[in-house]
Design a binder for this molecule. Structure first.
Ligand SMILES: [Zn+2]
Length: 54
């Protein structure tokens, strides 16, 4: 048996589809992306902002 090291292909999920306009962090597929007044927020920032409204 010859163990062949598999080349780890970068999964598509590792590429951020959006960038949070607040903290600048990448928002990945599967993460929550929140669009508020034309801006994109990550789940964390959106939660932080919405906490006062909800
Ligand atoms: Zn953020």
């Amino acid at each position: 048996m010859n163990p062949v090291p598999e080349r780890r292909a970068e999964p598509e999920e590792s590429v951020p589809i959006f960038r949070c306009d607040d903290c600048g962090e990448g928002i990945y597929h599967g993460d929550g992306a929140f669009f508020i007044s034309g801006l994109v927020y990550c789940e964390e920032c959106a939660e932080f902002r919405f906490r006062r409204l909800v």
